[in-house]
Structures are given as structure tokens and as C-alpha cells.
Design a protein around this ligand. Structure first.
Ligand code: 5AD
Ligand code: SF4
Length: 466
């Protein structure tokens, strides 16, 4: 059976051995680490792997960034804003490094996979000890060992298409967590840098994914989010396993109560998947389906592969087939050439689709992408003004649409508790809506039936039922 290339065992072994060599000394010195992660859930999950590898090297988690012996920036380059913040925050560490020369500073993640940017950063900040790209995440202990031995280390390669299985992971949550099902992206949306920094699309074998979910169930996790840049194009086991099939297999794992997934690309959302969502009892009634624009002209320039009509048709089909489903989306304003008319098409689509959340962004040109080379770049003032109008509309629609939840009953997976005044437990309904209700820490990790008693623009409030 054809499988995507796995990172060879002997390469993984080099990392395990480096971690072993470092472990006792680092542990006995009580050294600590702090990871500052930017960007999406994929990056957050990479940060959990980096933390897992650091623990295997003997480091413990620091509570405060400025007290840590090793600070690692896990960067993102999807939008300009995140990039500027990274440069600012690394620059601000110079003084600390002067005072504490043994402090190790590392930088990794998507932004470092752009070789020119990584070089620039390495030159500009001579106090940075270690830089590595996304394709070398699994080599972290080897690179760290070199840096600890005093070699300023820079390692960005273009080796692509491999999957590293079995890395240690230090998970942030106790009940809800993420499992990556595929890496990379082949879609080349014209604005997006992800295919350049995350490499070609490659799916993990279903047996590896299910094995991971089973061990998470045994460790007490109740909710799993399956992650990928475009989960709908998952093709596991040499193309034999579709995403819908994988979802149905995950639905059978004992101990797991809820399944979510993200992100879905509208062009690849199949009827097979919609039926699987309707039939699998653990799959939640929510889908994150980025639309990006409501204008056909702009969707074409974005290379999205669907029209406004096709998208709205999908929204209807999802609502007809999956009871109580809520949709969330991503939208970009100010894409090159976006006219006032194109933008008003986005506003009208938002009205028609009735999203329960929209993550909205001003277009930012990314080096190397085709949209960055397009003429008719939009003025920042216009982008800002459009973003404000879009957000205002979404907030107004949300306030109204939240009213439909009043008196509704649903199940919350309790993920936290706010003890400032009256103890309030909180967590998400199946449809991804956050609910607050009177309750304390004893409820953490439990699935509680609630009835909604009050709605606000962003949150719902409720009471627990027996
Ligand atoms: N400019 C603005 N937003 C972008 N996104 C991706 N690339 C860009 C860009 N160059 C947004 C898209 C995507 C989300 C993760 O980030 O909306 O769905
Ligand atoms: Fe970027 Fe498009 Fe791939 Fe999403 S589907 S990661 S927006 S190229």
C-alpha cells in the first residue's frame, strides 16, 4: 500500500538520543522553557510537540516568560500583523540576554521556513541561538544540543513531503485536544503563503490517527478536533480512506464523546461528508467553512474554486441535513481589485449565510504569492473601513441570531470555571457556542445538560439541568 514518506526511524532515533544525552543534566539544573506561539491551531499543536520534545530533554515548563532558561518563538507568517509582532518581541529580549547570557533563544515555525526572512532575522538578532524551519521540527533536540554546545545554529531546508510519527506531545488541554490528520496544502489560494511554508499535502495513515485517538481516550480526553489545512481532501492509506470514512472510524473510538474538525474547504465538501456528519453520533453540529469573499469575481481571483451560489447552496444543504448546525467562517476584505460592489456582495452573503462567528482579516500581501504581484492593491484606509463595516454587520446579525437559542437545551463540555464572583462554569455546546452557567471546578471535563436563559452578542448564559 502506498503511504506518504515517513521520516526514517534512524533520523527520529538521532533526536531521541540527543534528548537522552541532554536529559539528566538539564533536569538536575532545574532548567525551564517558555514557548510563545503565534497563529493557527496547527501551529499551537506544533507548540505542543515542541514542548513534548523539550520535556524529553529534561526541561520543565516555566510559568513566566522572563524567568525561563529557554524561550522559543513558534512563528506564523499567514498575515503581516503576526510577523511584525514576532520581530518586535524578539528584539525586546536583547536586554534580558545581556543580563542573562546563558538564556537560550530559539525561533521556529512558518515564518522561519521562508529562508530569506529567517536569514534576515538571524543576522539582525545576533543574540538568537537557534533558528529552524517547519520541515525540521522533529530534529529539534539535535539542533538544540548543538546550540547548547555553543554553536549558533541555523537550519532551514526545503525537504518536503515527509511525516514524523511518534513525537512526544505535551498537551495543553485535559479533556479537549487536537489530532493532526494531514500536513501541508496544495490549493494555492492566490493570497496564501501556507503551501509555500507547510509544503505539499500529505495525509497520515488512518491506523496512526486512530491509534493516537485511542490513546487519548485512555488518557481521559473526551473531545478531539481533527486538524488539517483542508481536511476535506484527506486521502489516507494510499488514497483508499476519505475524510468521511476516517470520521466514521473515529466515531467508533470508545471513550471519545465528541468529534470536531477544521478547516473545511468549500470546494471539497462532499455529500459523503455531509451524510457522515449527520450519521455519526459524536460529530458535533458545527462546521468552519471559510468563504473569504461573497463576490464571484474576487473568489476567482483568489483561486478558490467555487462561486457564491455554490457556497450558499452548501450552507443550505448542511442546514437541511444536520440538525441545529452552526457555521463559522473566515473572510478577507480588501483583496487586490476588490471594488465597493464586490465588498457589498460580501456583506450580502454574510446576511444570507447567518454565521455564528466570522474571523475577519484585512488582506495582507505575502511575499511569493500571486496576489502580492497583482496590480490594484487596495489602500489601507479603505481596507480598515471595510473591515469595520463588516464587523459591525456581523455583530448586529449575531445579536439577533443568538436570540433563537433562548430556552434551547443542549450539552456543554465543561472546559473552565470563572471564580471571580459567583462561580461560573463554561464550555461549548455541540454547535461551538460558548455557554456560561453557575457551577464550579468539580464540573471540569463533564458533559452537562443546560438550558439557555439569557443571550448576549458573544455569549450565552444558562442553567444546568438534572
Ligand atoms: N491576508 C489576509 N488574510 C489571510 N488569510 C490567509 N492569508 C491571508 C492574507 N494574505 C486568512 C484567510 C484564512 C485564514 C486562516 O487567514 O481568511 O482562511
Ligand atoms: Fe491557504 Fe487556501 Fe490552503 Fe487554506 S486552502 S491553507 S487558504 S492555500
Amino acid at each position: 500500500m502506498q503511504r506518504h514518506n515517513l521520516v526514517p526511524q534512524e533520523e527520529l532515533l538521532k533526536s531521541t538520543q540527543a534528548a537522552k544525552r541532554l536529559h539528566d543534566d538539564i533536569l538536575s539544573r532545574g532548567l525551564t522553557f517558555y514557548i510563545e506561539s503565534y497563529g493557527c491551531q496547527m501551529n499551537d499543536h506544533d507548540a505542543e510537540k515542541l514542548a513534548g520534545m523539550l520535556q524529553s530533554c529534561g526541561y520543565q515548563k516555566a510559568t513566566e516568560k522572563f524567568e525561563a532558561d529557554l524561550i522559543l518563538f513558534n512563528t506564523c507568517c499567514v498575515r503581516e500583523h503576526a510577523e511584525l509582532r514576532v520581530f518586535g518581541n524578539i528584539g525586546a529580549l536583547k536586554k534580558l540576554k545581556d543580563e542573562k547570557p546563558q538564556l537560550m533563544i530559539g525561533v521556529c515555525g512558518c515564518m522561519m521556513q521562508q529562508e530569506d526572512v529567517a536569514q534576515k532575522l538571524f543576522k539582525r538578532f545576533p543574540f538568537v541561538d537557534l533558528v529552524f524551519g517547519t520541515h525540521e521540527l522533529y530534529r529539534f533536540p539535535v539542533l538544540l544540543e548543538a546550540a547548547l554546545n555553543g554553536e549558533r545554529t541555523f537550519s532551514v531546508t526545503q525537504i518536503d513531503g515527509e511525516i514524523a510519527e511518534g513525537l512526544p506531545v505535551e498537551r495543553n488541554g485535559r479533556f479537549q485536544t487536537n489530532v493532526t490528520i494531514m500536513y501541508g496544502c496544495d490549493n494555492f489560494c492566490s493570497y496564501c503563503i501556507v503551501p509555500y511554508v507547510r509544503g505539499r499535502e500529505r495525509s497520515r495513515a488512518s491506523s496512526d490517527i486512530l491509534g493516537e485517538i485511542e490513546s487519548l481516550a485512555q488518557a481521559g480526553f473526551k473531545e478531539i478536533t481533527l486538524l488539517g489545512q483542508n481536511v476535506n481532501s484527506y486521502r489516507g492509506d494510499g488514497g483508499e480512506t476519505s475524510f468521511a470514512k476516517l470520521l466514521c472510524m473515529a466515531n467508533e473510538v470508545k471513550g471519545i464523546e465528541r468529534l470536531r474538525f477544521m478547516t473545511s474547504h468549500p470546494k471539497d465538501l462532499s455529500m459523503e461528508l455531509i451524510h457522515a456528519m449527520a450519521e455519526c453520533s459524536k460529530v458535533c453540529s458545527h462546521i468552519h467553512l471559510p468563504v473569504q469573499s461573497g463576490s464571484d469575481r474576487i473568489l476567482k481571483r483568489m483561486n478558490r474554486g467555487y462561486t457564491r451560489e455554490k457556497y450558499l447552496g452548501l450552507v443550505n444543504t448542511l442546514r437541511e441535513n444536520i440538525k441545529g448546525i452552526e457555521l463559522t467562517t473566515d473572510i478577507i476584505v480588501g483583496f487586490p481589485g476588490e471594488t465597493e460592489e464586490d465588498f457589498s456582495d460580501t456583506l450580502s452573503l454574510v446576511r444570507e449565510a447567518n454565521f455564528s462567528a466570522a474571523y475577519t482579516f484585512m488582506y495582507s500581501p505575502r511575499n511569493g504569492t500571486s496576489a502580492a504581484r497583482m496590480e490594484e492593491q487596495i489602500d489601507k484606509v479603505v481596507k480598515k473601513e471595510r473591515l469595520a463595516r463588516l464587523n459591525e454587520l456581523q455583530a448586529e446579525l449575531l445579536k439577533k441570531s443568538n436570540e433563537k437559542f433562548l430556552c434551547m437545551e443542549g450539552t456543554v463540555l465543561v472546559e473552565g470555571c470563572d471564580t471571580r464572583a459567583v462561580p461560573m462554569a463554561y464550555g461549548k455546546l455541540e454547535n461551538f457556542k460558548m455557554v456560561y452557567f453557575p457551577g464550579d471546578e468539580t464540573l471540569l471535563g463533564q458533559l452537562k445538560r443546560v438550558r439557555i436563559t439569557k443571550t448576549q452578542s458573544n455569549s450565552l448564559f444558562g442553567e444546568a439541568l438534572e
